[in-house]
Design a protein around this ligand. Structure first.
Ligand SMILES: [Zn+2]
Ligand SMILES: [Zn+2]
Length: 337
């Protein structure tokens, strides 16, 4: 009998977190030796760094970027990538504060969000343009465009906005739906709003109305979950949601494979190897993923759970149906010959 492995059992587990901490310390030691480059980012700790990914197969987002601009918090002396801090312009002669000395009541702040005042239409349109163009870096958008790259991180982001939505009025979502200009079917747009546009709108609103940096706004959003976790009832709701979503990665992968078999794809589709294994091997693979620490090579056990598409169109068709409509989070990528 297979043990149920939930998405939240995936890295980072406690062990994984410990490994990341170790890595962080190593990076810091390296930084001390090389004062020219600060290679760790404060936002990494809340999994919101735009370049250093806290889970998954490789540790990098936007690998094409080779040099980074950094800013140091005047109070806590921690470093942030310029983009993670949400800064533009010249900060050489100015003090930057990451928000470490500010205590905010997240519930109060979010309660004051109002559908009609949460940014003006043109600001939302600009934001959407920036999201779609890729000229500005956004992790949620990156994961949206590369669904299957890091289902764990994607789910992590989704969970935080889900608990937050309870506090929001439907009216905001309705408003975003009306403003949204990307073509697409209803379910896909809805998912895009919930997963990408809404959190970015809230972050921008927090930055503007509460005069905080991007990192501080992200910290507040990430905190919404822990606020809820203190409440016993809410925790049960979250758990129930997880079960309902079907967080068993094997069952989910099988469901996706069944759908693929009934669907015609012009290109080749390679199913995750784990589906061909016997029960013992499957258990071993899932264990390996749980204990997997190394992030930087192709021998990651997650490879055994990944759907690989030869054609990008096929991959996108798959993502739309499986991830957006059926709401299943699994590993998938495309790899053109
Ligand atoms: Zn960063
Ligand atoms: Zn600080």
């Amino acid at each position: 009998m297979l043990r149920n492995v939930h998405a939240e059992d995936f890295p980072p587990t406690v062990k994984e977190m410990a490994a990341m901490e170790k890595k962080e310390i190593k990076l810091q030691e390296m930084e001390v030796k090389n004062t020219e480059s600060s290679i760790h980012c404060l936002a990494w700790k809340i999994r919101a760094c735009l370049f250093q990914r806290a889970t998954g197969k490789t540790s990098l987002f936007h690998e094409q970027i080779k040099t980074y601009q950094w800013v140091q918090c005047t109070t806590c002396k921690n470093w942030l990538h310029f983009e993670c801090a949400g800064l533009t312009g010249d900060w050489n002669e100015r003090d930057f504060f990451c928000g470490c000395s500010v205590i905010l009541d997240i519930d109060k702040v979010l309660e004051s969000v109002q559908a009609e005042h949460i940014l003006i239409d043109s600001e939302i349109k600009d934001l959407e343009r920036n999201l779609q163009s890729g000229n500005v870096f956004f992790n949620r958008m990156y994961l949206w465009k590369h669904r299957g790259l890091d289902p764990v991180l994607r789910q992590y982001y989704c969970e935080h906005i889900t608990t937050f939505i309870d506090m929001m009025t439907e009216a905001i979502i309705q408003r975003l739906e009306n403003i949204l200009s990307v073509p697409g079917n209803g379910a896909e747009n809805q998912q895009f709003i919930l997963e990408v546009l809404l959190p970015e709108v809230v972050i921008l609103w927090l930055q503007r109305s509460n005069n905080m940096c991007r990192y501080q706004a992200e910290t507040l959003l990430m905190k919404t979950k822990s606020v809820k976790e203190n409440d016993g009832d809410e925790e049960m709701t979250t758990e129930a949601k997880g079960t309902e979503k079907g967080s068993n990665i094997l069952t989910d992968s099988q469901t996706a494979a069944d759908w693929c078999q009934k669907t015609t794809f012009p290109g080749r589709v390679t199913f995750p190897k784990v589906l061909d294994m016997d029960n013992t091997e499957q258990t071993e693979t899932l264990e390996a993923i749980k204990n997997w620490e190394d992030e930087h090579d192709d021998s990651s056990p997650a490879e055994l759970l990944t759907f690989v598409f030869q054609k990008k169109e096929d991959y996108e068709k798959f993502c739309k149906e499986i991830m957006d409509v059926q709401n299943i989070n699994i590993f998938a990528r495309f790899e053109e010959d």
